[in-house]
Design a protein around this ligand. Structure first.
Ligand SMILES: [Zn+2]
Length: 308
């Protein structure tokens, strides 16, 4: 099975096969000392290794990995990778760093959301030794896979989110900051899990990303988009449309199930019409209506207090 696609002559998208193909990816940055953007979760380690092997790279060859944020689908395997590769360094946002070193709180919060599915979804979440973590600040440039990447602080989805920009190539590794859109399913869905969702911060993030005048976005979920203005504009519009939709239901006292149906009813017809059923199902794996609702409800409670 081919697990990778070449996105340019020195960058490879590794399909981590998270339940389905083309849902979750890592980017392999080829060079004398190869690097990686996003580790994926430990449950996808085999796919990651197989993908690297297609390009003659072993885990032990990697010099460093940069994670856009510490959610388990993006960084869950960081500790296990460090165990396998004693040289590996991990670049991360300053607020994310302590949670890689001690994932106790991160795991507790994930446990509340995923409950009994934790192991099946993510597998082992090992701590990253503190001396392997390199904190990168907003605006800081560092070398990864033989190229310079600049960290751009991009909160909204998470308070501790970085986008990594390759300025020479005018491309950015966007994590979840530019939303979710899969090959064959161009609808841009906002990933809005609890607990950090912040729409005002996310709008400023979108301003920042638009101002970069990028040629391409490299999404973790999933792959390249060569129309950044369209993606960012659609995400901006949907974040607010979903807010209005869910706020109405939340104010009316609807519970999580009702709100989830409300959101599905709004988005799913368009997703199915534009993407077909199979791609729509794959997209739901990455985006998840219920998770979206929980994130918004948390955001409403923070901003507006508990509802009347
Ligand atoms: Zn994600």
């Amino acid at each position: 099975m081919t697990r990778t696609r070449t996105v340019d002559n020195r960058t490879v998208l590794v399909d981590l096969h998270f339940g389905q193909p083309e849902v979750l990816g890592s980017y392999l940055l080829l060079g004398d000392r190869p690097g990686l953007v996003e580790t994926g979760p430990t449950t996808c380690l085999e796919s990651l290794e197989a993908g690297l092997a297609e390009h003659g790279v072993r885990l032990e060859d990697l010099e460093a990995v940069a994670v856009t944020h510490i959610h388990l689908d993006h960084a869950g395997a960081a500790g296990v990778l460090c165990r396998r590769n004693p040289r590996l360094r991990v670049f991360v946002h300053p607020v994310g760093a302590p949670h890689l070193v001690d994932p106790t709180r991160l795991l507790r919060s994930a446990q509340r959301i995923y409950g009994p599915l934790m192991d099946t979804l993510w597998g082992e979440v090992a701590p990253v030794p503190a001396d392997r973590v390199t904190v990168v600040e907003d605006g800081q440039t560092f070398q990864l896979g033989g190229r310079a990447l600049r960290a751009v602080e991009t909160p909204g989805h998470a308070t501790h989110h970085h986008v990594y920009v390759d300025e020479e190539a005018q491309v950015a590794f966007t994590g979840d900051a530019a939303g979710i859109s899969l090959p064959g399913c161009p609808v841009v869905r906002p990933p809005t899990p609890p607990p950090d969702l912040d729409l005002e911060a996310w709008e400023q993030t979108l301003d920042r990303l638009e101002a970069l005048r990028l040629r391409r976005l490299r999404l973790t979920h999933f792959g390249e988009r060569d129309d950044p203005a369209t993606v960012l504009g659609e995400l901006r519009r949907r974040l607010r449309e979903v807010e209005a939709l869910l706020l109405e239901g939340w104010r009316a006292g609807e519970d999580t199930d009702r709100l989830t149906e409300r959101l599905r009813g709004y988005l799913q017809p368009e997703v199915e019409a534009r993407c077909g059923q199979a791609a729509a199902d794959r997209q739901e794996l990455a985006a998840n209506y219920r998770m979206n609702v929980l994130g918004y409800v948390r955001y409403f409670e923070k901003r507006l207090g508990t509802r009347p």
